[in-house]
Design a protein around this ligand. Structure first.
Ligand code: 6PG
Length: 249
């Protein structure tokens, strides 16, 4: 991880512009790699229209879906058909609409006995896919990691004050108490695993995010501010979310 990594801040006009810009970046990222690719999806409300956009033209035809594998940065510990499931949302918005082979979809096993067991099983699944037990910074696990920003500064299911923020060895962690809605246990990838990517892209929309972005831009070390990538790091936001001093660079 690069501790002093600069973020590329991209401010776009509104939510439709954010959806298009995100879809373009995701498609560019997975198509530039001719081999097997991996996307780490995020949950929450902001990515859903981005996933729907990817399932429509021109992205639907431009992406070789059979080469792309799908993982999740976090999920709520609920059955996959529960309305709160991040995996369920991504299936409905994208994965059920494009030709992704079922074997390319790697949801967090929320049917495990506990969030901790689900985290261990998911770690095994990621290691199998990666082909090694240790992450090598020169060979990223993911092509792109998508993340969101909570109004309390969380990202994935890494909430302020949680022990998982300091986890250095496990690839994933079970979270018994969510710090934000929906208040169900969670399973989350840890910072080191999220960092194992060529590109990291935050999707941030709406006036409800302006205050937390101001805190982060003032230097507060909230969880989302601590997310780093071994490759690029971009925060894509619409004008409603962006504090006045945020400018695209
Ligand atoms: C989840 C998340 C979470 C989300 C943020 C932002 O499961 O809830 O993955 O980290 O990305 O809470 O969500 P919104 O886009 O809905 O604001």
């Amino acid at each position: 991880m690069k501790p002093d990594q600069a973020r590329e801040i991209v401010v776009v006009e509104d939510l439709p512009a954010l959806i298009e810009a995100a879809a373009q970046r995701i498609a560019a990222c997975v198509t530039k790699n001719a081999g097997r690719g991996a996307i780490c999806l995020t949950g929450g409300a902001t990515p859903e229209p981005v996933y729907r956009r990817l399932a429509a033209e021109p992205y639907r035809s431009a992406i070789a879906w059979d080469r792309v594998h799908f993982f999740w940065g976090d999920d709520r510990f609920v059955p996959s058909d529960d309305a709160r499931s991040n995996a369920g949302m991504a299936r409905r918005a994208l994965l059920d609409r494009v030709a992704v082979p079922p074997g390319n979809i790697h949801p967090i096993p929320t049917n495990a006995a506990t969030p901790q067991q689900a985290a261990r099983l998911y770690e095994d699944e990621m290691k199998r896919f990666y082909g090694a037990d240790r992450l090598d910074p020169s060979r990223p696990l993911f092509d792109i990691v998508l993340l969101g920003l909570g109004a309390d500064g969380h990202t994935a299911s890494l909430f302020p004050g949680a022990a998982a923020l300091e986890e250095r060895s496990a690839w994933a962690a079970g979270i018994d108490r969510a710090g934000f809605e929906p208040f169900v246990p969670r399973v989350t990838l840890t910072f080191a695993t999220l960092a194992s990517t060529r590109d990291m892209l935050f999707l941030i929309s709406g006036a409800g995010k302006r205050e937390v972005l101001t805190r982060i831009f003032c230097g507060e070390q909230l969880p989302a501010a601590r997310a780093r990538s071994n490759g690029s790091l971009a925060w894509l936001m619409d004008r409603a979310a962006a504090p006045p001093e945020a400018k695209s660079r």
